[in-house]
Structure formats: C-alpha cells, structure tokens
Write a protein that binds this ligand. Structure first.
Ligand code: PEP
Ligand code: MG
Length: 591
C-alpha cells in the first residue's frame, strides 16, 4: 500500500500483484462473501445411513451445478474455456470416488459426525497434509489445498442450503472488489460485465490469477487495505500491468488513465495484425518463434498465437496431481494429441524434469532417500531419470510412438556432464530397437535428441556436447540460477537473480557459437525469450530460434520486426563488454 485514507473522497493509491494486463476504469462493486459457519455436530449411530444419503444428495447436486457451470463456459472466449474446463473437471473428479469423499464417509460412520462436519474436517485435514508434503513448490501445494477446501465448501453449502456468492446487481463496467476470490468465484464472472477486479488477498500464482488472465479482465490482487478505503460506487482506476489502483481519481488521473486505455487498444490492434506476418528483422533475417507448453489447455491459445511449433513441452504436467503414474499407452495418447494438434509443426518434448522445486507426488517412490540438504544442487532432471531408467524408457517409448503422427524432437533436462548424454543415448538406442521389434507404428527416421543448456557446466562444455547432441535449447531460468548462485524463486526484480547479467550473456554466446560450429540448431526457451526488450540482444548473440509462452509471441514479433541484424549485433557487442546487468539494461534501452 502506498497511501491510505479510510473511505475518504480524496485520491488514494494502492498497489498489489499485477495479474492480468489492461486498464480498468469504473465504479467499485463490493461483492461480500456469504458467511459459512459449520458447527461441530454429531449424529446417532442409527442415522448413519441417512447421513450418508444426505451427503450423496449434496454431492450429486454439486455435480449438477458444476456441470451447468461447464455449459456456461461456452459463452466465454475459447482460451478461457480451455483454462477453466480442466479446473471444473478436477472438481468433478474430487466429487467422485476421491480420497476426500471416502474419508468423509468414514468420519460419518466411525466418528458419528454430521455430513457437513465430516466434510469440513476432512477437507482441512487433507489440505494440511498437502501443505506438509516435502518439496519447494509451495504455491502448487497451496493451490491444491485450496481446491480441496473449495469443493468441500460447495458440498457443505448444498448440505446446509446456504447461498452462494452472487455477482449481480452491479452497474455494467464496474470494478469488482472483494476480500478474496476463489477460482470458482472467478468462473462466475462475466468478463463483459466488469471493467476489472481487485482483491485484498491473493497471490500471482494461484488458479484465480490464471483464470482472470484467461478471462482477459484487468486485475490486481493482494492490494492490502484497499477494501477499507473504498466506498461502494466510488470510481477506481486499476492498472493490471503495474499493479496500481487509484481510488477517487482526480480529473487529471482519469484523463491520463483514459489516454493509456486508448494507447493500449491501439497496441493490441497492431499486435493482432501481426499474427500472420513473418517474424523477421528489418533486413529480412528470419527468426523462428515457437511456444512453450506446460498444460494441454494451452493448445488452442498456442494455435492462435502465430507460433510455429512447440519449442519446449514441459512433460512434468502429465505426472502431476495424480496418484498413479501414466503408463506407456496413456502417455503416448497425450503426446499424440499434442503432435496432431500442431498439424505438422514440430513439437519438442522434454523428458521429465523433476526434483528440486518441481515436486511430483506420484514420483516420490522413485526419489532416492539421499537426505539432500539442497535438492536444487542434487538429484534433478536427467540425474534422476538415469537413476530410474525404467521411467525414461517408458517415456521415450511413448514419445516415439506419438512421433508417427508428426515431427517430434526429444530433449533432455539439466545435463551437466557428457556421460549423462551418452548414457541417455544408450537407453534411447535400446528403446528404439525394442519398439522396432514390437512392430509398432513408428516414424521413418528416429527423432532427433537434444539437450537443454541450463547449467554453466553444459554451456562451458557446449563444444564437446555438440558432438553428441542433435540440438541445443538454452534454459536461461536455471542457467541464471546456477551461474549466479541465486534462487529463481526470488521476487521479480531481485538484484541477485538477473538473466541480463553479462556472465549469462557470455554463456549464451558460447553455446550459440558451439552450436553454429557443429552445425546443430540452438534455441532459447527460458523466460528471457519472452521479453521483447531482450530479444534483439539474443539475436545479436547468435540466437535465431526462440520459444516462449504463447501470449508473448505477438510482442516479441513486434520487437523483431523493428530492428536490424546490425543493430542486434552492435547491441550484443556492447552488452558483452558491460560489467553489470544495469549497464546491459541501459544498452538495450538505448536502441
Ligand atoms: C529453464 O530452466 O530456463 C527452462 C526453460 O526450464 P524450466 O523453467 O522448466 O526449469
Ligand atoms: Mg530448467
């Protein structure tokens, strides 16, 4: 919070997490949450069957409501549907024969708890268990815990007939203000009815944030103190890009915000026109732009982004949020769907990169108990796969089968030593020969296998590794972390973790030069690829292929189309001579 003046009419400014870009201007509509209190109630043993039946009714009503919500999604933009539908599916799954439901029923019969008490207690216990799981993915665990609480609340509301939250009765174009918003609340929001969303609580990583981004509503979450200061109906301006909220704006602030709104609309129009234009510099050097895929629901968005293929498919998602690992057939089906959806454009599938902050519960039995104090510097990525070759073999077999449907490349994560790459080739050879013997439908030629360059060791040994890799892809997220010895989870803008440090640029140059000398393709798929201001510099360092979040492609393309190769190489030469990241920033801004 920058300044606070409780419920006055004076202009006051707040700041929160910028969630979904865009400027929203409108009257504030405060949506309060109906209170849900569940007393601890017991039943008689004779009522167990009746209580179970009550629970079953409430569950089936919840299923119906969610089913209806799913049909309502049809009115939302395609991208939003693709984001929301898997979440509703996850809720529906929890209403089936899930751990939560099984345990709630045991509480009813064994402890003689009323259905709503059993439901709430079990949800809390399960949420606490999820939060206590090992691993650094705190945000992921907290999301899953919230989902469990959320579905329990829905069932309890249906058991107790308490009302749900409603987002009606507001003036069109209002700014929705709430203490907190749950994903299911966000699913009820009609994007055309609201100019923006602000909340007191909520972070940048939660499902609510993902959904608001998908709905395309400007949003700022976690603006502490804003509700205390706002009067319903008062005008607010929110900037979803900077995270700033202005309450009771002066005429001057209003006209500045309107000017930014118009400028943004113009930029959006220009970017939309770029979709079918080539990504090339002003002197016609083509740059290949591909998309990173983390979850299958991103596929439609990637299709609309103008990406030419998938440069990094993080296969971790296939293994997350499930109790049983997907077998070869199940994996092959998922990869095939993605390859087919890309319709002839290449798909680079990275084999499982788990360990460290990428905590995958179902893989815990495969994690050797080495008591590592610092998993980021221990068993992770290829190191774990080589310890569990059966996992790698299954995944490679599934990918090879999917490769019959279109061009595929296989990528190994976290390579640091040549011996790891050679060991992976032995396994790959073996799997290929075995599949040939099984007479399965396979591609005519064995798909290329390349490596991520995301450790300083790999970047510095790129010349040697290039002899054994079919391609390189530079992962600047980890490369920055390991080179600078600074956690990638540090807050944005941290001085310690900065991929624009000249040391990182030198490693990118080294890798690009090694790939060029060995005549193998090299791309860059870390977050740096999605930063339009950094892209000319990357081109100057020798990168011609970039892979990024699909949403970033139009802006990156715009940056490429406004720069010449000479400008890019001049910028790179200057940046390589810089001593600090701030100097590099000045150089790239000076363009
Ligand atoms: C990277 O490290 O830059 C990368 C792309 O891999 P991930 O972010 O999945 O670790
Ligand atoms: Mg990485």
């Amino acid at each position: 919070m920058i300044e606070k003046s409780p419920r006055s009419r004076r202009e006051v400014r707040f700041s929160g997490h910028p969630i979904s870009p865009g400027i929203g201007i409108g009257p504030v509509f405060e949506a309060a949450e109906p209170v849900l209190t569940v007393p601890h109630r017991k039943i008689f043993a004779a009522d167990i069957a009746a209580e179970n039946a009550r629970l079953d009714d409430a569950v089936s009503m919840s299923r119906k409501q969610l089913g209806k919500l799913k049909t309502q999604l049809a009115h939302l933009p395609e991208q939003s549907q693709a984001e929301l539908s898997p979440l509703i599916d996850a809720y529906l799954q929890m209403l089936g024969n899930s751990r939560l439901m099984r345990r709630a029923k045991i509480q009813i019969s064994d402890r003689l708890l009323a259905a709503e008490t059993a439901m709430m207690e079990e949800a809390e216990a399960l949420a606490a268990e999820i939060m206590a799981m090992p691993g650094a993915d705190h945000a992921g665990r907290s999301r899953r815990a919230d989902e469990v609480r959320e579905i329990a609340r829905r069932v309890v509301r249906n058991l107790t007939r308490l009302s749900f939250r409603s987002f009606t009765g507001h003036a069109p174009g209002s700014i929705l203000a709430a203490e907190t918003l749950r994903p299911s609340d966000a699913a009820l929001i009609q994007p055309s009815h609201f100019a923006g969303v602000i909340t007191e609580e909520g972070g940048a990583d939660g499902h609510t944030a993902v959904m608001l981004r998908a709905l395309g509503i400007p949003a700022v979450l976690g603006a502490t103190g804003v509700l205390e200061a706002v009067k319903p109906g008062a005008i607010a301006i929110i900037d979803g890009e900077t995270g700033e909220i202005v309450l009771n704006p002066t005429a001057r602030s209003l006209s500045a915000a309107r000017a930014r709104l118009a400028a943004r609309a113009r930029t959006q129009r220009t970017l939309a026109r770029l979709q079918l234009r080539p990504a090339e510099t002003t002197d016609k050097v083509p740059i290949s732009l591909q998309a990173n895929l983390e979850l299958p629901f991103e596929l439609p968005m990637i299709a609309q982004s103008g990406a030419h293929g998938i440069g990094l498919m993080r296969s971790e998602f296939i293994f997350m949020n499930r109790e049983i690992l997907p077998d070869e057939d199940a994996q092959a089906e998922i990869y095939r769907t993605i390859v087919e959806a890309m319709d002839g454009d290449p798909v680079t599938i990275r084999v499982l990169d788990w360990g460290s902050d990428k905590d995958v519960e179902a893989l815990n039995p495969y994690m050797p108990d080495t008591g590592e104090a610092n998993p980021a510097l221990g068993l992770r990525g290829i190191r774990l796969l080589l310890r569990n070759p059966e996992l790698l073999e299954t995944q490679l077999a599934a990918i090879l089968r999917a490769a019959a449907a279109g061009p595929v490349r296989i990528m190994l994560p976290m390579v640091g030593f040549q011996s790891e790459l050679l060991a992976a080739w032995d396994i790959y050879d073996r799997v290929w020969r075995r599949l040939k013997r099984r007479n399965l439908r396979l591609p005519d030629h064995r798909p290329p296998m390349g490596i991520m360059i995301e450790t300083p060791a790999a970047a510095l040994a790129a010349r040697h590794l290039a002899k054994h890799a079919d391609f390189f892809s530079i992962g600047t997220n980890d490369l920055t972390m390991y080179t600078l010895a600074a956690d990638r989870g540090l807050p944005m803008g941290s001085k310690l973790y900065d991929p624009l440090e000249p040391t990182i640029l030198r490693l990118i140059l080294e890798t690009a030069a090694a790939a060029a000398a060995a005549k193998i393709p090299v791309s860059l798929c870390g977050e740096l690829a999605s930063r339009p201001e950094a892209v000319p510099l990357l081109i100057g360092l020798g990168i011609r292929e970039l892979s990024m979040h699909g949403n970033a492609i139009p802006r990156v393309k715009h940056a490429i189309r406004n720069v010449s190769l000479k400008q890019c190489t001049d910028m790179a030469t200057a940046a390589l001579n810089a001593v600090t990241a701030d100097e590099v920033r000045k150089i790239i801004r000076g363009m």
